[in-house]
Design a protein around this ligand. Structure first.
Ligand code: DAH
Length: 359
């Protein structure tokens, strides 16, 4: 083969490669083509096999021509390989991104409700059914509303019953939800049915049963002919609603300046079942619902006609009741940011929106 024919043959091989490339769609097929063209016995590779047929002074030129053509074809094949590989990746990606509506959804972790909130909602639901409104008072209170209006004058020894956080602006952090009694009487007058859940604060040293921040739900019902049996019946309903079964109660006399008579309603300790444990101080009973008939001085401070109306009030220990319901032995975990779910929000059906704050 002379040089002219060799050049022609090389051009033919290159044209063949170019025309067959579009049909090569896999890396395997590309490898086969590579061998068929560039391999020793391939259409181009074999041209070097005949190099001894050329006169000695042409052999260098033949080698160069064939090797340059080899390099060009190799580059073309490599470019095609890169093309095929990127097409493969794109295909994989589009498969991964494609949306299959028949697949089950990805579960999203759902938050849970704080045990205190859960019990608060239970109580609110019951009282709404009974025609009570849900009110809220401020956590920062005047001494008048927190104490004086509740028949606890400045010199009264009962002030010592509640260790108080005094603020620099002469206000206090409310020590109980009872000031909302006074606010509600002044706002709505009688007859009146309200409950007021909220946070309270006492200057306490923390231990398993004492917190400086805890929750109560105040209750107040004022009408004609209200008496203690109404209060006791309602307490029974309240605890049954929260605990979802009948709860054993015990009623004792108790002293609070804003009620007369005052009572303490205790419930059977749910932690030990009544046999005695550290939570109930081995008594088998837990103070849960201090209450009483509203003192005439408190009614008068709220501009209620004491000739016509009587009322009962209670201060449910919401935090303590939540501990009973969920078997929580140490009050400190409630404010600790412990996020272990106890109560699913779905089971509770969501919150009841409290009335706008009383001012
Ligand atoms: N406010 C009282 C306290 O925190 C609890 C209380 C007792 C509230 C008797 C009442 C009540 O409404 O009638 O110690």
């Amino acid at each position: 083969m002379d040089l002219e024919r060799l050049n022609k043959r090389i051009a033919e091989v290159e044209a063949e490669v170019a025309s067959s490339l579009p049909d090569v769609t896999t890396a395997d097929a590309l490898r086969t083509l590579d061998t068929a063209v560039l391999g020793k016995k391939g259409s181009l590779g074999s041209l070097l096999g005949n190099i001894r047929d050329y006169p000695g002074d042409q052999r260098g030129q033949v080698g160069q021509l064939v090797n340059k053509a080899k390099a060009r074809i190799k580059a073309t094949l490599d470019a095609r390989l890169a093309e095929l590989q990127s097409a493969d990746i794109a295909a994989e990606q589009s498969q991964a991104e494609s949306y299959d509506p028949t697949l089950p959804g990805i579960p999203k972790p759902m938050g849970s409700v704080h045990p205190v909130t859960a019990v608060q909602w239970d109580v609110e639901r019951l009282f709404e059914r009974l025609g009570f409104t849900v009110e809220a008072g401020p956590e920062m209170e005047s001494e008048h509303n927190n104490f004086e209006a509740l028949n606890i004058p400045a010199t009264h020894p009962a002030r010592d019953m509640q260790d108080t956080f005094f603020l620099v602006n002469k206000m206090v952090l409310r020590t109980h939800t009872s000031p909302v009694q006074h606010r509600s009487m002044k706002k709505f007058g009688a007859p009146l049915r309200v409950i007021a859940p909220g946070r309270c604060f006492r200057y306490e040293t923390l231990d398993a049963s004492h917190e400086n921040t805890f929750h109560q739900i105040e209750g107040l019902m004022i009408d004609e002919n209200i008496s203690l049996p109404n209060l006791i019946a309602l307490s029974q309903m309240l605890l049954r609603e929260v605990m979802q079964r009948d709860v054993k109660l015990r009623v004792r006399p108790g002293y609070f300046p804003f009620v007369e008579p005052g009572i303490e309603i205790d419930m059977n300790c749910e932690i030990c079942g009544g046999s005695g444990c550290p939570t109930c101080k081995n008594s088998g009973w837990v103070e849960i619902l201090p209450a009483g008939m509203v003192h005439p001085k408190v009614l008068a401070a709220g501009n209620i006609d004491t000739e016509k109306y009587t009322g009962f009030a209670f201060g449910l220990g919401l935090t303590r009741l939540a501990m009973m319901k969920y078997g929580i032995r140490d009050i400190r975990v409630l404010n600790s940011g412990d996020l272990r779910p106890i109560v699913s929000p779905m089971r509770l059906g969501g919150p009841i929106i409290a009335g706008e704050g009383l001012s």
